[in-house]
Structures are given as structure tokens and as C-alpha cells.
Design a protein around this ligand. Structure first.
Ligand code: DGL
Length: 269
């Protein structure tokens, strides 16, 4: 029998992508893996991240028997998709900031990318902007504290409005801004709070529906959803376990990496 579609993120941000895939493919079994022992990814150095992401994904694909891998993390996808595709034999679908649809839909030609520090600074992201948004003014805004806010909210805690307002403040200096790309999969999970913290309406654009369409195109056979919706974490902790359970992944197990793949966490940039 074919395996589930495995969704990978550093934390619970991939649950925003899981929701879009469930909407598109309600009969498909999903599995989830998060590298929460090393959360957040967005402030860690690239060479360390590539090795870590490859080790976690390879191990998770093996233990889950997945038929496809969805890298539900912009920070990982803008860096490690090629390496993952070279090392895995199953289809790998990535998540990259929705610059293209945002630039196409913007009336004013002023848009923003809200993402992790790593994503806003990546050459991959610059290429996306040069290719699809050359006619726009694009504000690139790092908002790493929103990752922690999303993790806390999904585990049943409350968001710190002051943190959210501080992260968004630079957006409102752009009078003509009309669209904001949510270039981190954690951020759509805070959508209502982002809207509430906005002094004026803008379009908030994420990649969830586009990823789900791509998954439906590349996945030809998948386990039926009556199979258990299993999840793995590199650190089994109460908060992500609660969030995963509330979003359809009731069984959380520890993902044990081969000892030669376990490197110490690097200093943040
Ligand atoms: N959810 C991840 C993304 O889409 C990043 C979170 C993190 O910094 O670990 O970029």
C-alpha cells in the first residue's frame, strides 16, 4: 500500500499547509514531522541548516514510509530543495513565498514579504522578486518573533499583541502598500491576529492553496486517510503535541536521528 503524504516543518507552521492539503485531498493520509528541537530555523546559518534538514527529512521519510514529502517551510525550501530532491526517491514539493501571485494582483505595485530573517535574505528569494515582481516595490521584512507567537497560540496560549504590532509596524510606513506575502508557514496561523493588528486593510497572501494543487498533481497514489495520522518530533514536548492533536495528528512519537547526523545547535546569526 502507498504511504502517506509527509509534511515537514521546523515546528507547527506546517499545519497551515496541512489544512490546505486536506481541503484539496480529503481522502489522503497525511503524516507530519517537525524539528522542534532546533526551532526556530530562521535565525540559523545556512550550511548547518542544509545538513540538518536533510538528516531529519531522510529519517522521517524512512520511518513514515511516505509516498511524497512536502517541505512546508519557506526557510527550508529556499535553501535545501535541490539537496532533498537529490537524496530522496519520492516526489518533494516545496513552499516558497507567494511573490508571483502577490505581484500580479497588486494594484498599487507596492507589496511586502513578511518572513524569517533567513528567507528574506536568501538569493532564492531575490531571484523570485527579480523574476516575478520586477515591476513592483517589494519591502522585505523579517518577523522572526511571529514564529514563537504562532507556536504559543496553537498550543492554546494567547498571542502577545505588542509583539505582533512591533513586527508589522514597518509595513504601515508604506502608504501605497496593498498586499503582504506571508512567507513563513507559521504566519497564516496568526492571520486573524494580523488582520486585527492592522490599521488599514491589505491582502494577506500565502502559498497554501498553490502547494496543495502541486501536491495533487505530483502524488499519484497515497494511503487512504483512515490510516492513522501519525506525527514525529525531534523533541516530544507538550505544546507541539497539543497543537498537532488539535489539528488531526493525535499520535506523536520521537524521531531519533542517526548519531552521526546529530550536530550541536549553532549560534544564532
Ligand atoms: N515555518 C518556517 C517557514 O516557513 C520557519 C519557522 C522557523 O524559523 O523555524 O519559514
Amino acid at each position: 500500500m502507498p504511504g502517506p503524504i509527509l509534511i515537514f516543518d521546523s515546528g507547527v507552521g506546517g499545519l497551515s499547509v496541512a489544512a490546505s492539503i486536506r481541503e484539496r485531498l480529503p481522502d489522503a493520509a497525511l503524516a507530519y514531522v517537525c524539528d522542534n528541537a532546533m526551532l526556530p530555523y530562521g535565525t540559523k546559518p545556512d550550511d548547518w541548516l542544509v545538513a540538518r534538514i536533510a538528516a531529519v527529512c531522510e529519517r522521517a521519510v524512512t520511518v513514515s514510509g511516505a509516498s511524497a514529502l512536502v517541505v512546508a517551510c519557506n526557510t527550508a525550501s529556499t535553501l535545501a530543495l535541490e539537496v532533498l530532491r537529490a537524496r530522496l526517491t519520492i516526489p518533494v514539493v516545496g513552499t516558497v513565498p507567494a511573490i508571483k501571485p502577490a505581484a500580479a494582483a497588486s494594484r498599487s505595485g507596492v507589496i511586502a514579504l513578511l518572513a524569517t530573517s533567513a528567507t528574506v535574505n536568501r538569493p532564492y528569494t531575490k531571484r523570485l522578486i527579480d523574476t516575478f515582481a520586477a515591476h513592483c516595490r517589494v519591502l522585505r521584512l523579517a518577523a522572526d518573533p511571529l514564529v514563537g507567537e504562532a507556536e504559543r497560540c496553537l498550543a492554546g496560549g494567547s498571542a502577545d499583541e505588542a509583539v505582533i504590532e512591533a513586527c508589522l509596524a514597518p509595513l504601515w510606513r508604506e502608504a501605497a502598500l496593498d498586499s503582504v506575502v506571508l512567507g513563513c508557514t507559521h504566519f497564516p496561523l496568526l492571520r486573524e491576529r494580523l488582520v486585527a493588528a492592522s490599521p488599514r486593510p491589505v491582502a494577506w497572501i500565502d502559498s497554501g492553496a498553490a502547494i496543495a494543487r502541486r501536491v495533487a498533481d505530483v502524488v499519484t497514489a497515497v494511503a487512504p486517510c483512515r490510516a492513522a495520522q501519525q506525527a514525529w518530533a525531534t523533541a516530544v514536548q507538550a505544546a507541539p503535541a497539543a497543537a498537532l492533536k488539535a489539528h488531526g495528528f493525535p499520535c506523536l512519537e520521537a524521531l531519533t536521528l542517526p548519531t552521526d547526523a546529530v550536530t550541536p545547535a549553532p549560534l544564532v546569526r
